[in-house]
Write a protein that binds this ligand. Structure first.
Ligand SMILES: [Zn+2]
Length: 143
């Protein structure tokens, strides 16, 4: 399968997801990538970034390539996946805030351009937390 390369100017939004599992064995980008490539037969992991429970950010699919994370909205978005289903850590939110701030600056986006997956797909609960929770980590701790 040939990846679709895009002009970075097409990036207009950031879409936040969760991996939908709290299994320790799944708290790992390699495992998500294995499922997406070997079980779903995609060219690469569907997300552009993965944030594990320790708050470590991993690069997934190259942002120059269209992702596979949000039906109908992949072409102009960056997909960020939090590891987890119900259990998320403060370190993840802190890491996400730093990553999103960097991406917003790079792509001239604002907070209004950051969406939860379930904004586009009402049948899903993903990412299982309110997107506004990320902004509450602005000063390092939850306010
Ligand atoms: Zn999702």
């Amino acid at each position: 399968m040939v990846d679709k390369i895009r002009d970075l100017k097409t990036i207009k939004r950031i879409i936040v997801h969760c991996s939908d599992t709290d299994l320790d064995s799944m708290d790992n980008i390699d495992e998500i990538r294995r499922i997406h490539t070997q079980e779903k037969h995609w060219s690469d992991i569907g997300y552009h970034y993965f944030i594990d429970k320790r708050g470590k950010v991993f690069a997934g699919r190259d942002i120059k390539k269209v992702g596979a994370h949000c039906a109908g909205h992949n072409f102009d978005s960056i997909g960020i996946c939090f590891s987890g289903k119900k259990e998320f850590t403060d370190k993840q939110f802190q890491a996400a805030l730093a990553l999103i701030n960097e991406l917003m600056q790079k792509f001239k986006l604002g907070r209004w351009d950051v969406y939860p997956h379930n904004f586009y797909n009402k049948d899903k609960s993903c990412p299982n937390f309110l997107i506004t929770k990320i902004w509450k980590f602005e000063n390092g701790t939850v306010t």
